[in-house]
Design a protein around this ligand. Structure first.
Ligand code: ARG
Length: 258
């Protein structure tokens, strides 16, 4: 009888331990911190919102979720104006900004960037029936639409005599071109290429060469410890081939179509 009791007790203990261990395991695997991520989602294929669900989708969104996973953190993405991202980082309202943001010396004064994760550049987009604009040199004195606070806006600002209109979203930028409110748009080359592939080519085209070698970086508040953690995660994703898979997923076809 005593033996039986002992055996039962041992069994209970074992079961308890297994359950305990299981519970413990689950705890360890659960995301520990939440990372507040800001983006401006009118920049497909890097970030956009799905038509029905409004879920954030795109290369940057996949990338930051994969980085979050490596950092054992829950990624919470929020939508904001592109020109609001750096102030939001500095104010501590968000921890990370990922928005196809080009690493520039000017921005590096205000924030820290991760290692570059994508090589980009700028292009001029005009309406298909425009036969006089062959490159940026032909935009002197012309009307140009850009997104506010972008490197495209900076570039347009340097075109002699040009009348530059800055919009909050790229949806408005492309619409303004389509409606012939402007002669041209200056925007990142992969975004222009994607826009054309997605139907824009019926009314618009890219002219001239890719200008400005720019690299995108993930942005953090100056001195943030997250920068090193994210760099480590990014390096791991490169090593494991996950980065290449994402690149293929989002740029495999767009690259061919250009
Ligand atoms: N690469 C350009 C820049 O850094 C444009 C980025 C716009 N990004 C966006 N999510 N709207 O200025």
């Amino acid at each position: 009888m005593k033996k039986l009791l002992m055996m039962l007790l041992a069994l209970c203990l074992c079961a308890g331990m297994v359950a305990g261990c299981g519970g413990g395991d689950k705890k360890a695997a659960a995301p520990q911190k939440a990372l507040k991520v800001g983006t401006e989602p009118t920049f497909a294929p890097f970030e956009f919102q799905k038509k029905d669900s409004k879920d954030f989708d795109g290369f940057d969104m996949d990338l930051i979720r994969a980085i979050g996973q490596k950092m054992n953190a829950k990624v919470e993405i929020q939508n904001m104006g592109f020109d609001a991202l750096i102030p939001a980082l500095n104010a501590g309202n968000i921890d990370i900004a990922i928005a196809g943001m080009s690493i520039t010396p000017e921005r590096q004064k205000a924030i820290d960037f991760s290692e570059p994760y994508y090589k980009s550049g700028l292009v001029v987009v005009v309406n298909k029936d425009n036969t006089t604009t062959k490159s940026i040199a032909d935009l002197k004195g012309k009307k140009i639409a850009v997104q506010i606070g972008t490197t495209g806006a900076d570039k347009a600002g340097k075109v002699e005599g040009a009348k530059v209109t800055a919009f909050n979203t790229n949806a408005e930028v492309f619409l303004e071109l389509k409606n012939k409110g402007v002669d041209a748009v200056i925007i990142d080359s992969p975004v222009a290429a994607y826009y054309l592939v997605q139907g824009g080519k019926d009314s618009a085209k890219i002219v001239g060469d890719v200008m400005e070698a720019e690299s995108y970086g993930i942005a953090f508040k100056k001195g943030s410890k997250l920068t090193a953690e994210a760099n480590k995660a990014l390096a791991d994703l490169h090593k494991s081939g996950e980065y290449d898979k994402l690149y293929q997923k989002w740029f495999g076809n767009a690259a061919k179509a250009k």
